[in-house]
Design a protein around this ligand. Structure first.
Ligand code: FES
Length: 342
């Protein structure tokens, strides 16, 4: 993790901000490829949480992330409501493999599909492609609930000045009044959009980012076309698995000891991708759990030793008291972790 100073916080929409970071002398470590993200170690309610956001800056500029505030999103709230220039955040350098630079060997038509905050990796790809070659062309289909939710609008408007970039907005609230750009994107609308925008002169490559249902729809319609095409999905799957305070190991596995009713069970190779509850369940250790969403607190355990961290996208609204963890919400974060279920 690299300490980065918050350089600026710029409001983009009522629910989103662009945050610029200054990593100082570590700036070269933040060189990125389109669609890569950085991971922050944030303190949410006294619990270290890892959260990843896409870089939206031009290559070589200070790293920038765009963060949309979501209901009950502890990290997005922190970015949108609390962060101030001068604050220092711990940030892991960029990772992810979305864009293959071999695309830039010859001209392509890049077809991008985004919904809501899924715009950030697509924006990064578009920005790069327009700069990388004078003959790349980019079409972006961007779905939002309303015009007020459109992220990166100023930047998209600026890019739309180029004849090589087209953006088509689809708004759920019907604000445009036009059939094709109003309401939910469905099979019929998508087919019409593809008829309108698919390229006849350049080889095509497609990328998408958004909720699973949105991406499934795009892929389904793309494969049903008379000339089917594949749509590369943006994925949040890659995360660093080492707790930022654990310098002892870079392994992706931990030794987990779980004591239940006075009996200890040691699990030697627990993947750091799993929650403690998932690991115990798989090993046949009987642990009490109900909601598996951080709400009921029935999976509460005492952290005896080692470090754990909040799994991505898990609930951070109501946390247990200091020294206790929710096993359905935490993943192993150090070489050894010991917990006791009381
Ligand atoms: S099972 Fe309900 S909080 Fe973990």
């Amino acid at each position: 993790m690299v300490p980065c100073t918050v350089h600026t916080v710029r409001r983009m929409t009522p629910q989103s901000v662009v945050v610029t970071l200054d990593p100082g002398a570590a700036l070269p470590r933040f060189r990125h490829t389109p669609g890569q993200r950085v991971t922050f170690c944030l303190d949410i309610n006294n619990t270290p949480c890892l959260r990843s956001y896409n870089l939206v800056n031009q290559l070589g500029d200070l790293p920038q992330v765009a963060v949309k505030q979501v209901a009950e999103g502890g990290s997005s709230q922190l970015f949108n409501e609390q962060l101030q220039p001068g604050d220092v955040l711990q940030v892991a350098p960029p990772m992810g493999h979305l864009y293959d630079h071999r695309l830039d060997y010859k001209a392509h038509h890049l077809f991008l599909f985004a919904a809501g905050s899924g715009i950030t990796p697509m924006f990064s790809v578009a920005q790069h492609a327009l700069k990388a070659r004078p003959d790349h062309r980019v079409t972006l289909i961007y779905a939002n609930s309303s015009a007020r939710s459109i992220m990166m609008q100023q930047d998209l408007d600026r890019m739309a000045g180029s004849k090589r970039f087209e953006v088509f907005h689809v708004l759920g609230d019907g604000a445009t009044g036009e059939d094709l750009s109003t309401g939910r994107l469905d099979h019929a609308k998508l087919n019409r959009l593809l008829d309108q925008y698919r390229s006849k002169d350049l080889p095509e490559v497609a990328f998408q980012s958004g909720p699973a249902g949105f991406m499934d729809l795009i892929q389904e319609v793309a494969t049903q076309q008379s000339t089917p095409f594949d749509v590369k999905r943006y994925s949040f799957a890659e995360q660093p698995f080492v707790h930022p305070q654990d310098h002892s190991s870079s392994a992706l596995e931990s030794e987990l000891t779980v004591t239940v009713n006075g009996i200890s069970h040691t699990l030697p190779n627990v993947s750091r991708r799993k929650t403690l509850l998932e690991a115990a369940d798989e090993a046949g250790i009987a642990m009490t759990a109900n909601c598996k969403s951080g709400i009921c607190h029935r999976c509460k355990a005492k952290l005896i030793s080692g470090q754990t961290f909040q799994a991505p996208s898990k609930n951070t609204k109501r946390m247990p008291e200091n020294g206790w963890i929710l096993c359905c919400q935490q993943r192993p974060g150090s070489a050894q972790v010991e917990i006791e279920v009381c």
